[in-house]
Design a protein. Structure first.
Length: 448
Protein backbone atom coordinates (compact mmCIF):
# COMPACT_ATOMS: atom_id res chain seq x y z
CA UNK A 1 0.00 0.00 0.00
CA UNK A 2 1.21 3.51 -0.74
CA UNK A 3 2.35 5.91 1.92
CA UNK A 4 1.06 8.77 -0.22
CA UNK A 5 -1.51 11.36 0.51
CA UNK A 6 -4.94 9.93 1.11
CA UNK A 7 -7.65 10.66 -1.42
CA UNK A 8 -8.81 14.20 -0.74
CA UNK A 9 -12.07 14.49 1.21
CA UNK A 10 -15.00 15.85 -0.80
CA UNK A 11 -14.84 19.28 0.85
CA UNK A 12 -11.31 19.82 -0.40
CA UNK A 13 -12.24 18.73 -3.90
CA UNK A 14 -14.61 21.69 -4.05
CA UNK A 15 -12.11 23.66 -6.10
CA UNK A 16 -12.39 21.00 -8.78
CA UNK A 17 -13.66 23.42 -11.38
CA UNK A 18 -11.11 26.04 -10.59
CA UNK A 19 -8.56 26.62 -13.31
CA UNK A 20 -6.08 27.85 -10.72
CA UNK A 21 -3.04 25.66 -10.50
CA UNK A 22 -2.76 23.97 -7.11
CA UNK A 23 0.62 25.53 -6.30
CA UNK A 24 0.66 24.52 -2.67
CA UNK A 25 -1.11 21.20 -3.05
CA UNK A 26 0.83 18.23 -1.67
CA UNK A 27 1.91 15.59 -4.22
CA UNK A 28 -0.65 12.95 -5.09
CA UNK A 29 1.86 10.11 -5.45
CA UNK A 30 4.99 9.21 -3.56
CA UNK A 31 6.52 7.47 -6.55
CA UNK A 32 6.23 7.57 -10.30
CA UNK A 33 7.19 5.14 -13.07
CA UNK A 34 10.70 3.79 -12.74
CA UNK A 35 12.18 6.15 -15.31
CA UNK A 36 11.84 9.02 -12.82
CA UNK A 37 14.26 9.19 -9.92
CA UNK A 38 11.93 10.20 -7.10
CA UNK A 39 14.81 10.62 -4.65
CA UNK A 40 16.20 13.71 -6.40
CA UNK A 41 14.35 16.91 -5.50
CA UNK A 42 12.18 18.19 -8.36
CA UNK A 43 12.59 21.81 -9.45
CA UNK A 44 9.71 24.14 -8.57
CA UNK A 45 6.64 23.76 -10.77
CA UNK A 46 3.43 25.82 -10.89
CA UNK A 47 1.34 22.71 -10.16
CA UNK A 48 -1.79 21.22 -11.71
CA UNK A 49 -5.13 22.94 -12.19
CA UNK A 50 -7.80 22.10 -9.64
CA UNK A 51 -9.83 20.31 -12.31
CA UNK A 52 -6.98 18.09 -13.42
CA UNK A 53 -5.98 17.29 -9.86
CA UNK A 54 -9.56 16.40 -9.01
CA UNK A 55 -9.75 14.09 -12.04
CA UNK A 56 -6.57 12.33 -10.97
CA UNK A 57 -7.96 11.88 -7.48
CA UNK A 58 -11.32 10.68 -8.71
CA UNK A 59 -10.32 8.45 -11.60
CA UNK A 60 -6.77 7.37 -11.02
CA UNK A 61 -5.74 7.48 -7.39
CA UNK A 62 -8.02 4.61 -6.30
CA UNK A 63 -6.63 2.44 -9.10
CA UNK A 64 -3.06 3.39 -8.20
CA UNK A 65 -3.57 2.74 -4.52
CA UNK A 66 -5.82 -0.29 -4.48
CA UNK A 67 -5.36 -2.18 -7.76
CA UNK A 68 -1.67 -1.45 -8.20
CA UNK A 69 -0.62 -1.36 -4.55
CA UNK A 70 0.84 2.15 -4.74
CA UNK A 71 3.37 1.68 -7.52
CA UNK A 72 3.28 1.94 -11.28
CA UNK A 73 1.78 -1.25 -12.72
CA UNK A 74 4.64 -1.86 -15.15
CA UNK A 75 7.37 -1.60 -12.52
CA UNK A 76 8.16 -5.20 -11.78
CA UNK A 77 11.58 -6.74 -11.22
CA UNK A 78 14.61 -5.89 -13.30
CA UNK A 79 15.36 -8.78 -15.68
CA UNK A 80 18.66 -10.49 -14.90
CA UNK A 81 21.13 -11.76 -17.50
CA UNK A 82 19.42 -15.15 -17.79
CA UNK A 83 15.89 -13.73 -17.95
CA UNK A 84 13.55 -15.11 -20.59
CA UNK A 85 12.17 -12.01 -22.30
CA UNK A 86 8.68 -12.42 -23.73
CA UNK A 87 7.87 -8.71 -23.60
CA UNK A 88 9.10 -7.46 -26.98
CA UNK A 89 7.99 -7.80 -30.58
CA UNK A 90 11.27 -8.76 -32.23
CA UNK A 91 9.63 -11.97 -33.42
CA UNK A 92 12.50 -13.08 -35.63
CA UNK A 93 15.21 -12.04 -33.12
CA UNK A 94 16.96 -9.84 -35.68
CA UNK A 95 17.68 -6.70 -33.66
CA UNK A 96 21.41 -6.14 -33.66
CA UNK A 97 21.81 -8.19 -36.86
CA UNK A 98 25.29 -7.28 -38.21
CA UNK A 99 23.96 -6.53 -41.70
CA UNK A 100 21.45 -4.04 -40.28
CA UNK A 101 23.93 -2.38 -37.91
CA UNK A 102 26.52 -2.06 -40.71
CA UNK A 103 23.95 -0.41 -42.99
CA UNK A 104 22.96 2.05 -40.26
CA UNK A 105 26.56 2.98 -39.46
CA UNK A 106 27.38 3.48 -43.12
CA UNK A 107 24.25 5.66 -43.52
CA UNK A 108 25.14 7.75 -40.47
CA UNK A 109 28.53 8.47 -42.05
CA UNK A 110 27.14 9.11 -45.51
CA UNK A 111 24.28 11.36 -44.40
CA UNK A 112 26.19 12.97 -41.53
CA UNK A 113 24.01 16.04 -41.84
CA UNK A 114 20.52 15.89 -43.22
CA UNK A 115 17.59 18.23 -43.27
CA UNK A 116 14.91 17.13 -40.84
CA UNK A 117 11.60 18.05 -42.41
CA UNK A 118 8.09 16.82 -43.13
CA UNK A 119 7.94 14.05 -45.73
CA UNK A 120 5.94 16.34 -47.99
CA UNK A 121 9.34 17.70 -49.08
CA UNK A 122 10.97 14.31 -49.73
CA UNK A 123 12.39 13.85 -53.21
CA UNK A 124 12.15 10.72 -55.34
CA UNK A 125 15.92 10.30 -55.10
CA UNK A 126 15.93 10.01 -51.30
CA UNK A 127 16.34 6.62 -49.58
CA UNK A 128 12.72 6.60 -48.39
CA UNK A 129 11.41 6.55 -51.98
CA UNK A 130 13.37 3.36 -52.71
CA UNK A 131 12.16 1.65 -49.55
CA UNK A 132 8.56 2.66 -50.26
CA UNK A 133 8.80 1.16 -53.74
CA UNK A 134 10.28 -2.08 -52.38
CA UNK A 135 7.71 -2.42 -49.63
CA UNK A 136 4.94 -1.89 -52.18
CA UNK A 137 6.41 -4.48 -54.54
CA UNK A 138 6.88 -6.94 -51.67
CA UNK A 139 3.20 -6.67 -50.74
CA UNK A 140 1.97 -6.66 -54.36
CA UNK A 141 0.57 -3.15 -53.84
CA UNK A 142 0.71 -0.18 -56.23
CA UNK A 143 2.48 2.20 -53.82
CA UNK A 144 3.45 2.69 -50.17
CA UNK A 145 4.07 5.61 -47.80
CA UNK A 146 6.60 5.40 -44.96
CA UNK A 147 5.58 6.92 -41.64
CA UNK A 148 7.25 7.71 -38.33
CA UNK A 149 5.49 4.80 -36.58
CA UNK A 150 2.68 2.30 -36.99
CA UNK A 151 0.52 4.59 -34.88
CA UNK A 152 1.18 7.53 -37.22
CA UNK A 153 0.50 5.30 -40.25
CA UNK A 154 -2.92 4.21 -38.98
CA UNK A 155 -3.93 7.61 -37.70
CA UNK A 156 -2.74 9.43 -40.81
CA UNK A 157 -4.28 6.98 -43.26
CA UNK A 158 -7.70 6.72 -41.64
CA UNK A 159 -7.88 10.44 -41.05
CA UNK A 160 -7.76 10.80 -44.85
CA UNK A 161 -9.72 7.82 -46.21
CA UNK A 162 -12.64 7.63 -43.74
CA UNK A 163 -15.54 9.88 -44.74
CA UNK A 164 -16.70 12.35 -42.09
CA UNK A 165 -20.02 11.10 -40.69
CA UNK A 166 -19.85 7.78 -42.57
CA UNK A 167 -19.60 4.32 -41.01
CA UNK A 168 -16.29 2.67 -40.26
CA UNK A 169 -16.82 -1.01 -39.37
CA UNK A 170 -14.02 -1.72 -36.97
CA UNK A 171 -13.29 -5.00 -35.21
CA UNK A 172 -13.85 -4.56 -31.47
CA UNK A 173 -10.22 -5.57 -30.77
CA UNK A 174 -8.59 -3.46 -33.49
CA UNK A 175 -5.57 -1.42 -32.40
CA UNK A 176 -6.17 1.93 -30.68
CA UNK A 177 -4.36 3.86 -33.44
CA UNK A 178 -7.08 2.74 -35.89
CA UNK A 179 -9.83 3.96 -33.56
CA UNK A 180 -8.02 7.26 -33.19
CA UNK A 181 -7.85 7.56 -36.98
CA UNK A 182 -11.62 7.13 -37.19
CA UNK A 183 -12.00 9.84 -34.56
CA UNK A 184 -9.59 12.18 -36.36
CA UNK A 185 -11.59 11.77 -39.58
CA UNK A 186 -14.85 12.64 -37.84
CA UNK A 187 -16.24 9.34 -39.15
CA UNK A 188 -18.67 7.15 -37.27
CA UNK A 189 -17.11 4.08 -35.61
CA UNK A 190 -19.44 1.06 -35.91
CA UNK A 191 -17.63 -1.68 -33.98
CA UNK A 192 -18.43 -5.26 -34.94
CA UNK A 193 -17.98 -8.37 -32.81
CA UNK A 194 -14.38 -9.56 -32.74
CA UNK A 195 -13.58 -11.82 -35.71
CA UNK A 196 -17.24 -12.16 -36.67
CA UNK A 197 -17.90 -11.83 -40.43
CA UNK A 198 -21.59 -12.55 -39.70
CA UNK A 199 -21.90 -9.59 -37.36
CA UNK A 200 -19.96 -7.40 -39.79
CA UNK A 201 -22.42 -8.33 -42.55
CA UNK A 202 -25.37 -7.43 -40.30
CA UNK A 203 -23.80 -4.06 -39.40
CA UNK A 204 -23.19 -3.22 -43.07
CA UNK A 205 -26.77 -4.19 -43.94
CA UNK A 206 -28.00 -1.84 -41.19
CA UNK A 207 -25.79 1.18 -41.92
CA UNK A 208 -24.69 0.94 -45.55
CA UNK A 209 -21.34 0.97 -47.33
CA UNK A 210 -18.31 2.40 -45.55
CA UNK A 211 -14.84 1.33 -44.52
CA UNK A 212 -13.95 -2.03 -42.91
CA UNK A 213 -10.96 -2.07 -40.55
CA UNK A 214 -9.28 -5.17 -39.09
CA UNK A 215 -5.94 -6.41 -37.76
CA UNK A 216 -4.50 -9.52 -39.45
CA UNK A 217 -3.21 -10.82 -36.10
CA UNK A 218 -4.64 -9.19 -32.98
CA UNK A 219 -2.06 -7.54 -30.79
CA UNK A 220 -3.43 -8.49 -27.39
CA UNK A 221 -4.66 -12.04 -27.96
CA UNK A 222 -2.74 -13.39 -30.96
CA UNK A 223 -6.02 -14.24 -32.70
CA UNK A 224 -5.87 -14.62 -36.47
CA UNK A 225 -8.39 -12.63 -38.49
CA UNK A 226 -10.70 -14.73 -40.74
CA UNK A 227 -9.50 -12.45 -43.51
CA UNK A 228 -10.91 -14.24 -46.55
CA UNK A 229 -14.44 -14.13 -45.08
CA UNK A 230 -14.06 -10.53 -43.92
CA UNK A 231 -12.90 -9.43 -47.39
CA UNK A 232 -15.83 -11.31 -48.93
CA UNK A 233 -18.31 -9.49 -46.67
CA UNK A 234 -16.65 -6.11 -47.28
CA UNK A 235 -16.85 -6.61 -51.06
CA UNK A 236 -20.49 -7.69 -50.94
CA UNK A 237 -21.29 -4.59 -48.86
CA UNK A 238 -19.48 -2.22 -51.22
CA UNK A 239 -16.87 -1.26 -48.59
CA UNK A 240 -13.17 -0.45 -48.81
CA UNK A 241 -10.98 -2.47 -46.43
CA UNK A 242 -7.91 -1.66 -44.31
CA UNK A 243 -5.82 -4.51 -42.87
CA UNK A 244 -3.25 -3.80 -40.15
CA UNK A 245 -0.47 -6.37 -40.64
CA UNK A 246 1.76 -5.18 -37.78
CA UNK A 247 1.89 -8.64 -36.19
CA UNK A 248 1.89 -10.71 -39.38
CA UNK A 249 4.40 -8.87 -41.55
CA UNK A 250 7.72 -10.69 -41.35
CA UNK A 251 6.20 -13.63 -39.50
CA UNK A 252 3.50 -14.89 -41.87
CA UNK A 253 3.38 -15.74 -45.54
CA UNK A 254 6.06 -16.45 -48.13
CA UNK A 255 9.20 -14.40 -47.37
CA UNK A 256 7.25 -12.90 -44.46
CA UNK A 257 4.99 -10.93 -46.81
CA UNK A 258 2.04 -11.12 -44.45
CA UNK A 259 -1.42 -12.58 -44.43
CA UNK A 260 -2.93 -10.70 -47.39
CA UNK A 261 -0.26 -12.04 -49.73
CA UNK A 262 -0.32 -15.50 -48.12
CA UNK A 263 -4.07 -15.77 -48.75
CA UNK A 264 -3.90 -14.30 -52.26
CA UNK A 265 -5.93 -11.28 -51.12
CA UNK A 266 -3.49 -8.47 -51.83
CA UNK A 267 -5.39 -7.38 -54.96
CA UNK A 268 -8.67 -7.24 -53.07
CA UNK A 269 -7.46 -5.27 -50.02
CA UNK A 270 -7.44 -1.50 -50.51
CA UNK A 271 -4.90 -0.57 -47.82
CA UNK A 272 -2.39 -2.57 -45.79
CA UNK A 273 -0.77 -0.84 -42.81
CA UNK A 274 2.02 -2.04 -40.53
CA UNK A 275 4.27 -1.02 -37.71
CA UNK A 276 7.94 -1.68 -38.44
CA UNK A 277 8.60 -1.93 -34.70
CA UNK A 278 7.56 -5.59 -34.53
CA UNK A 279 9.26 -8.21 -36.75
CA UNK A 280 11.33 -5.40 -38.30
CA UNK A 281 12.58 -4.40 -34.84
CA UNK A 282 12.83 -0.78 -36.00
CA UNK A 283 10.95 2.42 -35.34
CA UNK A 284 8.65 3.26 -38.23
CA UNK A 285 5.45 2.28 -40.00
CA UNK A 286 3.93 2.40 -43.46
CA UNK A 287 0.78 1.83 -45.46
CA UNK A 288 0.04 0.80 -49.01
CA UNK A 289 -2.27 2.77 -51.25
CA UNK A 290 -3.34 3.25 -54.86
CA UNK A 291 -1.08 5.70 -56.73
CA UNK A 292 -3.91 8.12 -57.50
CA UNK A 293 -4.36 8.83 -53.79
CA UNK A 294 -0.78 9.78 -53.06
CA UNK A 295 -0.74 13.51 -53.91
CA UNK A 296 -3.94 14.19 -51.97
CA UNK A 297 -2.78 12.13 -49.01
CA UNK A 298 0.59 13.87 -48.85
CA UNK A 299 -1.09 17.20 -48.19
CA UNK A 300 -4.00 15.92 -46.08
CA UNK A 301 -2.57 13.35 -43.67
CA UNK A 302 -1.60 15.35 -40.60
CA UNK A 303 1.30 13.16 -39.34
CA UNK A 304 2.72 13.46 -42.84
CA UNK A 305 2.35 17.22 -43.01
CA UNK A 306 2.95 18.31 -39.44
CA UNK A 307 5.67 15.95 -38.19
CA UNK A 308 9.22 15.31 -39.34
CA UNK A 309 9.98 12.23 -41.38
CA UNK A 310 12.40 9.40 -40.59
CA UNK A 311 16.14 10.03 -40.62
CA UNK A 312 18.13 8.51 -43.51
CA UNK A 313 19.98 6.07 -41.24
CA UNK A 314 16.62 4.74 -40.03
CA UNK A 315 15.36 4.26 -43.57
CA UNK A 316 18.57 2.60 -44.74
CA UNK A 317 18.56 0.37 -41.66
CA UNK A 318 15.03 -0.70 -42.56
CA UNK A 319 16.08 -1.37 -46.13
CA UNK A 320 18.71 -3.80 -44.80
CA UNK A 321 16.13 -5.24 -42.40
CA UNK A 322 13.78 -5.96 -45.30
CA UNK A 323 16.46 -8.14 -46.90
CA UNK A 324 17.11 -9.96 -43.63
CA UNK A 325 13.37 -10.53 -43.09
CA UNK A 326 12.87 -11.82 -46.62
CA UNK A 327 15.58 -14.43 -46.14
CA UNK A 328 14.36 -15.60 -42.73
CA UNK A 329 12.13 -18.57 -43.62
CA UNK A 330 13.95 -20.83 -41.14
CA UNK A 331 13.28 -18.33 -38.33
CA UNK A 332 9.60 -18.11 -39.30
CA UNK A 333 9.33 -21.89 -39.18
CA UNK A 334 11.00 -21.98 -35.77
CA UNK A 335 8.68 -19.26 -34.43
CA UNK A 336 5.66 -21.15 -35.65
CA UNK A 337 6.89 -24.43 -34.09
CA UNK A 338 7.68 -22.76 -30.74
CA UNK A 339 4.24 -21.12 -30.73
CA UNK A 340 2.46 -24.42 -31.31
CA UNK A 341 4.60 -26.15 -28.67
CA UNK A 342 4.02 -23.58 -25.91
CA UNK A 343 0.33 -23.21 -26.69
CA UNK A 344 -0.06 -27.01 -26.48
CA UNK A 345 1.72 -27.10 -23.14
CA UNK A 346 -0.32 -24.23 -21.67
CA UNK A 347 -3.58 -25.78 -22.84
CA UNK A 348 -2.62 -29.11 -21.26
CA UNK A 349 -2.18 -27.26 -17.94
CA UNK A 350 -5.61 -25.60 -18.38
CA UNK A 351 -4.35 -22.07 -19.06
CA UNK A 352 -7.21 -20.57 -21.11
CA UNK A 353 -5.21 -19.43 -24.16
CA UNK A 354 -7.55 -20.50 -26.94
CA UNK A 355 -8.69 -16.99 -27.81
CA UNK A 356 -5.53 -16.77 -29.93
CA UNK A 357 -3.42 -19.06 -32.10
CA UNK A 358 -0.34 -17.06 -33.09
CA UNK A 359 2.97 -15.94 -31.51
CA UNK A 360 1.24 -13.55 -29.08
CA UNK A 361 -0.19 -15.42 -26.09
CA UNK A 362 -2.59 -13.73 -23.67
CA UNK A 363 -2.62 -14.92 -20.06
CA UNK A 364 -5.81 -13.12 -19.17
CA UNK A 365 -5.99 -13.27 -15.39
CA UNK A 366 -8.76 -10.62 -15.45
CA UNK A 367 -8.69 -8.11 -12.58
CA UNK A 368 -5.53 -6.03 -12.29
CA UNK A 369 -4.40 -7.31 -8.85
CA UNK A 370 -4.59 -10.94 -10.05
CA UNK A 371 -2.67 -9.99 -13.18
CA UNK A 372 0.08 -8.26 -11.22
CA UNK A 373 0.31 -11.30 -8.93
CA UNK A 374 0.73 -13.53 -11.99
CA UNK A 375 3.40 -11.19 -13.35
CA UNK A 376 5.24 -11.32 -10.00
CA UNK A 377 5.16 -15.14 -9.95
CA UNK A 378 6.61 -15.28 -13.46
CA UNK A 379 9.24 -12.63 -12.85
CA UNK A 380 10.37 -14.29 -9.62
CA UNK A 381 11.26 -17.25 -11.85
CA UNK A 382 12.99 -15.13 -14.51
CA UNK A 383 10.13 -15.01 -17.05
CA UNK A 384 9.21 -11.53 -18.27
CA UNK A 385 5.99 -10.87 -20.18
CA UNK A 386 4.20 -7.50 -20.50
CA UNK A 387 1.27 -6.46 -18.33
CA UNK A 388 -1.56 -5.18 -20.52
CA UNK A 389 -4.41 -3.38 -18.75
CA UNK A 390 -6.84 -0.54 -19.50
CA UNK A 391 -6.69 1.28 -21.87
CA UNK A 392 -4.99 -1.53 -23.82
CA UNK A 393 -7.67 -3.96 -22.61
CA UNK A 394 -11.05 -3.47 -21.01
CA UNK A 395 -10.91 -2.80 -17.29
CA UNK A 396 -11.50 -6.32 -15.99
CA UNK A 397 -9.66 -8.18 -18.70
CA UNK A 398 -6.06 -7.39 -17.82
CA UNK A 399 -3.42 -9.86 -18.92
CA UNK A 400 0.22 -10.77 -18.97
CA UNK A 401 0.98 -10.82 -22.67
CA UNK A 402 3.71 -13.17 -23.86
CA UNK A 403 5.35 -12.62 -27.23
CA UNK A 404 7.50 -15.44 -28.55
CA UNK A 405 10.54 -15.04 -30.73
CA UNK A 406 12.50 -17.37 -32.96
CA UNK A 407 15.62 -16.83 -30.84
CA UNK A 408 14.28 -18.73 -27.83
CA UNK A 409 16.56 -21.71 -27.26
CA UNK A 410 15.40 -25.24 -26.48
CA UNK A 411 16.61 -25.02 -22.85
CA UNK A 412 14.74 -21.70 -22.47
CA UNK A 413 11.59 -23.28 -23.84
CA UNK A 414 11.93 -26.14 -21.38
CA UNK A 415 12.47 -23.68 -18.51
CA UNK A 416 9.40 -21.74 -19.61
CA UNK A 417 7.26 -24.85 -19.63
CA UNK A 418 8.58 -25.87 -16.21
CA UNK A 419 7.71 -22.43 -14.81
CA UNK A 420 4.13 -22.62 -16.10
CA UNK A 421 3.78 -26.11 -14.68
CA UNK A 422 5.17 -24.97 -11.31
CA UNK A 423 2.96 -21.90 -10.86
CA UNK A 424 -0.30 -23.41 -12.16
CA UNK A 425 -1.51 -24.63 -8.72
CA UNK A 426 -1.05 -21.18 -7.19
CA UNK A 427 -2.32 -18.97 -10.06
CA UNK A 428 -5.14 -21.43 -10.87
CA UNK A 429 -5.70 -20.41 -14.51
CA UNK A 430 -8.81 -22.61 -14.70
CA UNK A 431 -10.48 -20.15 -12.29
CA UNK A 432 -9.72 -16.99 -14.29
CA UNK A 433 -12.92 -15.28 -15.45
CA UNK A 434 -12.14 -16.02 -19.09
CA UNK A 435 -11.77 -19.74 -18.33
CA UNK A 436 -15.16 -19.76 -16.66
CA UNK A 437 -16.72 -17.88 -19.59
CA UNK A 438 -15.20 -20.31 -22.06
CA UNK A 439 -16.56 -23.29 -20.11
CA UNK A 440 -19.99 -21.67 -20.08
CA UNK A 441 -19.89 -21.11 -23.85
CA UNK A 442 -18.84 -24.70 -24.45
CA UNK A 443 -21.71 -25.92 -22.26
CA UNK A 444 -24.19 -23.68 -24.10
CA UNK A 445 -22.87 -24.91 -27.45
CA UNK A 446 -23.23 -28.54 -26.31
CA UNK A 447 -26.85 -28.06 -25.28
CA UNK A 448 -27.87 -26.38 -28.57
C1 LIG B 1 -1.73 -3.78 -34.43
C2 LIG B 1 -0.86 -2.58 -34.16
N1 LIG B 1 -0.94 -1.54 -35.00
C3 LIG B 1 -0.20 -0.44 -34.80
C4 LIG B 1 0.68 -0.34 -33.74
C5 LIG B 1 1.48 0.91 -33.51
O1 LIG B 1 2.80 0.67 -33.90
P1 LIG B 1 4.01 1.58 -33.45
O2 LIG B 1 4.49 1.04 -32.15
O3 LIG B 1 5.02 1.44 -34.54
O4 LIG B 1 3.49 2.98 -33.35
C6 LIG B 1 0.82 -1.41 -32.87
C7 LIG B 1 1.74 -1.32 -31.72
O5 LIG B 1 1.45 -1.63 -30.62
C8 LIG B 1 0.02 -2.56 -33.08
O6 LIG B 1 0.09 -3.60 -32.24
Amino acid sequence: MSDTLEIQPRAQAADADSSQPGVHAPPLFSSTPAAVDWSTPAPPHPGLSGALRARLQREFLPRWTHAWGGRFFADGRMPGPDAIRLDGNDYLSISGHPQIIAAQIEALRHYASFISQSSIFQKATQPSARLEAELARWLEAPDAVLCQSGYAANLGLLQVIAEPGSPVYIDALAHMSLWEGVRAAGACARPFRHNSPEHLARCIRAHGPGLVVVDAVYSTTGALCPLAEIVEVAERGGCMIVVDESHSLGTHGPQGRGLCVALGLSHRVHFITASLAKAFAGRAGFFTLPRELRPYLMVSSFPNVFSSCLAPYEVIGLQATLEVVQGADALRQRLSALTADLRRHLTSLRYPVEQGSEQIIALEAGPEPATLALRDQLEARGVFGAVFCAPATTRDRAMVRLTLSAGLTDPEMQRLKDVFTEIAPSVQPWNWPIARRQRLHRKEADTV
